[in-house]
Ligand binder design. Structure first.
Ligand SMILES: [Cu+2]
Length: 131
């Protein structure tokens, strides 16, 4: 009798393990990953904080002007990957002192060098977009 029940019990155990594995796999396959949050860069008198950020392709950078600023700043793309499309959309159109935001999505991998055109030697930022 024990010779008959033992393999059966082992079979049930194996089945349970398989179903657990399926349930776990199914859950992870169905759950959508949350869209990546934009990396935030503050625009200050007279620096970008931080001065370098790394994001994944399709990720975004959000620039936030500090409320303590007394001087105007902009966000200007000095150089980006070769053949970058819609290059104009990577820079702000105007300057701002405070209470400004600028968000940009990066669908093209590469290195993006940013400056503030009013303080080009002090304010520099590198955005690295990984594949
Ligand atoms: Cu500036």
């Amino acid at each position: 009798m024990s010779a008959l029940t033992k393999p059966r019990l082992a079979g049930v155990g194996l089945l349970a393990a398989c179903m657990t594995a399926l349930a776990l796999f199914g859950a992870s396959a169905v759950a959508k990953p949350a869209p990546p949050k934009p990396k935030e860069v503050t625009v200050n008198d007279f620096y970008f904080g931080p001065s370098a950020v790394t994001i994944k392709v399709e990720g975004s950078v959000k620039w936030v002007w500090s409320s303590f600023n007394a001087y105007p700043h902009d966000v200007h793309l000095k150089s980006g990957p070769k053949g970058l499309k819609k290059k104009g959309t990577y820079s702000t159109k105007t300057t701002a002192v405070t209470n400004a935001r600028f968000q940009k999505k990066f669908p093209t991998p590469g290195t993006y060098k940013y400056i503030c055109t009013i303080h080009p030697t002090e304010m520099k930022l590198t955005v690295t977009v990984k594949k």
